[in-house]
Write a protein that binds this ligand. Sequence first.
Ligand SMILES: *[C@@H]1O[C@H](CO)[C@@H](O)[C@H](O)[C@H]1NC(C)=O
Ligand SMILES: *[C@@H]1O[C@H](CO)[C@@H](O)[C@H](O)[C@H]1NC(C)=O
Ligand SMILES: *[C@@H]1O[C@H](CO)[C@@H](O)[C@H](O)[C@H]1NC(C)=O
Ligand SMILES: *[C@@H]1O[C@H](CO)[C@@H](O)[C@H](O)[C@H]1NC(C)=O
Length: 388
Amino acid sequence: MSLLFVAVTSRSATRPKVFDVRSYGAKGDGKTNNINAFAKAWKDACAWNGRSRVYIPRGKFYLGGVTFKGPCSGKISFFIDGTLLAPSNNDDIKKDTWINFQYIDYLTISGSGIVDGQGKESWPHNNCYKNDKCPNLAINMGFDFVNNSRIEGITSRNSKAGHFNLFKVDHFNVTGVKITAPGDSPNTDGIKIAFSSNIQISNTHIGTGDDCIAILSRNTKFDIYNVTCGPGHGISVGSLGKNKDEKNVKDLTVRDTVFTGTRNGIRIKTWESSASTIAISNLVYENIHMIDVENPINIDQKYCPYPPCQKMGDSQIHIQNVTLKNIWGTSRSKMAVRLQCSRSFPCKDIQLIDINLKHNGIDGPAIALCENVKGSATVQMAPPHCLH
Ligand SMILES: *[C@@H]1O[C@H](CO)[C@@H](O)[C@H](O)[C@H]1NC(C)=O
Ligand SMILES: *[C@@H]1O[C@H](CO)[C@@H](O)[C@H](O)[C@H]1NC(C)=O
Ligand SMILES: *[C@@H]1O[C@H](CO)[C@@H](O)[C@H](O)[C@H]1NC(C)=O
Ligand SMILES: *[C@@H]1O[C@H](CO)[C@@H](O)[C@H](O)[C@H]1NC(C)=O
């Protein structure tokens, strides 16, 4: 009897206090704007001195742009069983990020629910390449200054711009998440990360119209594994080199990953006339399956999309110590391996180990391109390597 009593009390001691958005007036009718109800539920949960949970039950909860700020008194979770619906008109969000979490330690986003950015109506307005007054479309979910936290289980779909943005985040896991948008939806990156460390992304499917994962300035200690990417533009380091205040990127592992029908697989891209002099180093790509990928391995230091970029061929970004190991499958283009490095700062210590990429086309078998690159190729190498 007393044993049972102990078991029951210790369980309730660890069970979070639930703050159900419905008790704050939220309605899952797909129409009511639930900003105030969600903000109040967050405020109480965040102030709760113990574990707390903001709970979103089944139903369609329409929600305008909202920021959930810490610091909170205890560990907090945001548990989504229903669907969160963004305003379909971007002007009704009034912020860069639809749902933004800031200054929080020990945050968990989980549940089997959906975060739906309803981006379809705004994708045609994504025309910045020809319109300097183009609207700043909202990202689905942002995390700024958030530590020891994770996202698990949820689905993010049809963001207006990117799905998840991580900025100044430390010790953060993304696992069991699904991210989807049509392959032709512009700039719908899956996960964009900058100024962050100790990031793990695993057991996640990402299929969008832009990068599955984009790793930007000053990121260290990343472990990405068991990710499926496609459609999309691949897993990208960069672009880097556009801005002066950028910092090094190092210690990144991508393993056990499948790219299906993507524009790139493994990609590192730096601006051809770069504003910053930084290094990208200690990267490992291992056990990677490419299925009909346009550019499976693509180191591109001649990325020069628009001014202020000038085509000068001399990126100031140093790429070194990159291992590509056990990478196999099919390339949609003939150039399965492209290692196009800077004339001023050649890529150093690029190790190709056991690469087997095939191209089946009338234009002949797969080839590799090497420019300003030093390294080695061992075990097998198809296409034939071009390193010296
Ligand atoms: C997160 O960690 C950074 C660096 O360790 C620290 O400066 C910051 O205050 C932490 N943020 C929170 C919300 O705990
Ligand atoms: C992330 O996952 C690793 C195990 O894979 C675990 O050790 C770590 O505590 C997790 N971090 C967070 C913040 O959940
Ligand atoms: C890999 O991730 C998928 C979800 O994308 C999951 O179903 C599967 O169990 C994971 N595999 C391993 C070995 O964890
Ligand atoms: C190269 O990168 C690997 C993987 O991050 C690391 O273990 C190794 O120490 C690095 N080598 C050098 C010379 O920095």
